[in-house]
Design a binder for this molecule. Sequence first.
Ligand code: PLP
Ligand code: COI
Length: 363
Amino acid sequence: MSGDTTYDFKVTHSAKAMPTAQREAILADPGFGKAFTDHMVIVDYNVDKGWYNPRVVPYGPLSLDPATSVLHYAQEIFEGMKAYRSSDNKVRLFRPDANAQRFRLSAERMAMAPVPDDLFVEAVRQLVTIDRDWIPTGEGQSLYLRPFMIANGVYLGVKPSSDYLFMVIASPVGSYFSGKAVNVWVSETYSRAATGGTGAAKCGGNYAAGLLAQAEASAHACDQVLFLDAAERRWVEEMGGMNVFFVYDHNTLVTPPLGTILPGITRDAVMTLARERGLEVREEPVSIEQVYADVASGALREAFACGTAAVITPIGSFRHQGGVCTIGDGGSNGPVTGALREALVGIQRGTDSDPHGWVWQVG
Ligand code: PLP
Ligand code: COI
């Protein structure tokens, strides 16, 4: 099937789809990543057959041999994206081609079989089509889509697997963070990625390696962790699950350059939207001591986190072993953060025009 431009998905409807009233109760207050829709997508890969047997099946557990490769050597990658349903009942995705491309690059970095971009997008489309009633429509709500791939060859030798499972599951979500601004713990102990490592790939191992730092953040009453570079422990990289931006003098955005960080699709969109609004945007190294000094001098007025889950979330403070660095009043959206968020959300939800062709109507 590899190389085809059309994919023939076999669809098996769930005999145990959730009753409407129960689903509506979940959609009223979905939280994040707690409930899952009635179906999932699975596509198999074998090194001799290529991608085969694309199918939509009832959501349910997998059965894996204990010697399955992913359980031992962590060949696993994933994506995060959202489907929106508007008041006119249209279903939209935001830049699914960019997620497909990043998934392919993550696969290459992890020595996995790349999923063709059109198969990736079609798999997502299949799931949002069959489970469209699961897309919540309230403010800040969407259907979070989680495409992922695991190595499912059964073999204990350390080498790339001969078999893979590409899957897509979906979860109705509200806001990732409960408060307005987030407090961020600056990890001086743990690093997320190093030059030559897997920082730019969206592989599960990066997140496992960050969990202890995230736990340290929680212990300091912070919502997220900010990682510094692994070599000098001074250059800002990114947060556990989102990219970071700093706003200077109301007219300049600064964000760390690509390399060891995840190339966020929201990050890319934010830079475009900011330039269109006349802001200067710089991708350049930012040292954490400079951040503290610039907040103290008043030059650094706002900071925000951005990502699919976080959208654009203001940062209220950076906390670290040496103290607390509070940004603005510590709790509210600055004007630049607010304007960028409004512009992004307007395009994503289909209420504003989409000059870049970022939004794909899929149903
Ligand atoms: N950085 C990390 C570590 C992430 O997990 C995410 C979320 O996917 C991002 C950045 C933001 O990426 P995107 O905007 O593509 O969701
Ligand atoms: C996303 O934004 O899609 C992520 O993968 C980040 C995670 C915090 C859920």
